[in-house]
Design a protein around this ligand. Structure first.
Ligand SMILES: Nc1nc2c(ncn2[C@@H]2O[C@H](COP(=O)(O)OP(=O)(O)OP(=O)(O)O)[C@@H](O)[C@H]2O)c(=O)[nH]1
Length: 380
């Protein structure tokens, strides 16, 4: 209808696909191995390139190579993309699309080699592509975290699935004999012209997703202590400073807990440093479980932790500290030695308190708890 040259767009698709594959194979080298799916995306693009090149040999090579296999390679490439998206999002990869591809291969063999039905081929391929693109979009929609790159890529998949679905329905409902020569509807043109651009947009979206993931992992590593998972000292001090300023501004209470494991040197000396490390990890996990989502726990030094309790007065902070102290004294994991914790609590209740004096008040309370016999909570 628009008189576009489908052949040219097939060549453009192959060229764009090749560039995307190259990009992903190159980018993958610099990414940590635990950000999965980049290489699989590259392979998916390459499969599509092979499919597109196969279409350009129409009339020169047998239909097996110029029509049948290319018609399967394009959806196989999208299925690889789906696999790559599942790997990236840490989701279980489904075998359903592969099963659908096998069924489509049988149907396609029938309409290619037995009855030579062009319309049948278009129905099978566009139907299969609609399902594959929709499945990719749904996979991204199931991710735990969806930021701009995820929404962008998901939208491209949804739009492409709509184009494919419209093509599928228009051919399914076509009243007449459809051939390669008279297949010139507007949706045919949109289908061919949009494909190379969708491929680039999807690859761009996935690259943005991978980049964003890398950025947040690096940020998280910079903020967290790798052993205990608690915030690092610097990060906690910064948050503490911000929370003190906000609490003052809004006239709301806030408290901190300074916690130190008791007789930790003896644990190290008796059971070794590795067991000592496990005790630290165990303590951080147990304490975190007893905190609210807005509370922040940071590792201040070796076996010393600080908890920041926003919007919490001294009374509530002491209750939290008591819960942590008694949970630790009662917890008895078989692989760890018995250990206890002493806690000093301090609240921002005087307007002259700043970060350092609040920490100092909690520290003094902590040492009062140590002097009073350990395994207890003392308020500043
Ligand atoms: N296993 C392990 N030990 C650590 C780590 N960081 C610090 N330590 C050890 O923790 C011990 C702390 O000992 P002290 O400061 O004497 O305190 P303590 O024995 O707990 O005595 P009190 O605080 O008075 O109960 C030292 O022996 C440090 O070497 C760590 O990351 N892992």
């Amino acid at each position: 209808m628009l008189g576009i040259d489908a052949h040219s767009f097939i060549i453009i698709s192959a060229a764009f696909g090749l560039l995307c594959a190259f990009l992903f194979f190159a980018v993958r080298v610099g990414f940590p191995k635990n950000i999965g799916g980049l290489a699989q995306w590259g392979w998916g693009c390459l499969l599509m390139v092979v499919g597109a090149v196969g279409f350009t040999t129409r009339g020169q090579l047998p239909v097996l190579f110029s029509s049948y296999l290319p018609n399967l390679f394009i959806p196989a490439g999208v299925i690889f993309m789906h696999y790559s998206l599942s790997l990236f999002g840490g989701l279980a990869s489904s075998k359903r699309l592969l099963a659908l591809l096998c069924i489509a291969a049988l149907g396609l063999a029938w309409v290619t080699f037995v009855v030579d039905d062009y319309r049948g081929r278009v129905i099978i391929v566009s139907g299969l592509l609609t399902v594959c693109f929709a499945a990719c979009g749904m996979t991204i929609y199931r991710y735990r975290v969806r930021r701009f790159p995820e929404w962008f890529t998901c939208s491209i998949y949804a739009a492409t699935a709509c184009v494919m679905g419209t093509r599928f329905l228009s051919v399914l409902l076509y009243d007449g004999t459809l051939t390669l020569e008279n297949d010139t509807s507007a949706i045919h043109d949109i289908y061919f012209t949009s494909f190379p651009f969708s491929l680039v947009a999807m690859s761009l979206g996935f690259l943005m997703m991978a980049n964003r993931e890398l950025q947040s992992r690096l940020e998280s590593q910079a903020l967290h202590d790798p052993m205990s998972g608690a915030y690092r000292r610097d990060a906690l001090l910064e948050m503490l400073q911000r929370e003190i300023a906000a609490s003052r501004r809004h006239g709301r209470p806030m408290s901190i807990l300074m916690m130190d494991l008791d007789n930790f040197k003896a644990i190290n000396d008796t059971h070794g440093h590795l067991v000592g490390d496990k005790v630290i990890v165990h303590f951080a996990a147990e304490a975190t479980q007893l905190l609210r989502t807005q509370d922040v726990i940071g590792r201040f030094g070796g076996e010393e932790f600080v908890v920041l309790l926003p919007q919490t007065d001294l009374h509530a902070a002491l209750a939290t500290a008591e819960r942590i102290c008694s949970r630790i004294a009662k917890s008895n994991p078989t692989e760890l030695p018995f250990y206890t914790v002493s806690i000093g609590a301090a609240s921002l209740d005087r307007s002259d308190l700043d970060t350092l004096s609040l920490l100092d008040a909690a520290d003094k309370a902590l040492y009062a708890a140590k002097r009073a016999g350990k395994n207890r909570v003392v308020a500043a």
